[in-house]
Design a protein around this ligand. Structure first.
Ligand code: TMP
Length: 212
């Protein structure tokens, strides 16, 4: 039986990395093997594409170039890491996936959703996350949290861009049962207790197919 594919989504400064560690730990404690990864990135080549996407440079990146680079990195990541892991029965916990493309390139940049859908079917061939934790924080709060560090190419966007990103995420989360929305404005302890309980429920719903 194939492993489960779990994704974490949210804007900048919502605490995805911190909480990914918790998710991984809890799934491992339940006896499953876990591959923790991220997008864009997750393989040496895809990490190089990530650097192209995030680095601030003089030449502005065309939105279509950005979209294609994101899917190029995703194709590589799926082929080299995600699909092989799932096929071996391992669980994959991924920091961002295609919901981020709908939110950032669709919502943020205003790119055509149908085009994103086309690339999604080309690259994913029907593969979708089984469970997606969306960490929600109001934009002003998130911006405050990231204010002390250097900003990458996306983090330099204006507030209105991040409002559109958040609105797209919330709209997608409300339309698909694989999403669980976590109010990540609360204290870390409360956020983590909500994530623990979501995962405990999810693990209970999984047949006992441990590969470890
Ligand atoms: P991270 O720093 O949270 O790992 O994400 C890197 C940036 O890449 C983040 O600003 C969001 C952006 N991004 C997109 O614009 N589209 C995508 O599909 C993905 C996966 C990330």
């Amino acid at each position: 039986m194939r492993g489960r594919f779990i994704t974490l989504e949210g804007g900048e400064g919502v605490g995805k990395s911190t909480n990914r560690a918790l998710v991984v730990e809890q799934i491992e404690q339940a006896g499953y093997r876990v591959v923790a990864t991220r997008e864009p990135g997750g393989t040496p080549l895809a990490e190089q594409i990530r650097a192209l996407l995030l680095d601030v440079r003089e030449e502005p990146m065309a939105p279509q170039a950005e979209l294609l680079l994101i899917f190029a990195a995703r194709a590589q990541h799926l082929e080299r890491v995600i699909r092989p892991a799932l096929e071996q029965g391992h669980w994959v916990v991924c920091d961002r996936f295609t919901d981020a493309t709908y939110a950032y390139q669709g919502g943020g940049r205003g790119m055509d959703i149908a085009t994103i859908g086309l690339l999604e079917s080309l690259v994913q061939d029907g593969l979708q996350p089984d469970l997606t934790l969306y960490l929600d924080v109001p934009v002003a709060v998130a911006q405050q949290r990231i204010s002390g560090r250097p900003h990458d190419r996306f983090e330099r966007e204006q507030t209105a861009f991040f409002e559109r990103v958040r609105a797209s995420y919330l709209q997608r989360a409300g339309a698909d049962a694989r999403f669980r929305v976590v109010d990540a404005e609360q204290s870390l302890a409360l956020v983590q207790s909500r994530i623990r309980s979501i995962l405990a429920d999810y693990l209970k719903s999984c047949p006992d197919d441990r590969s470890a």
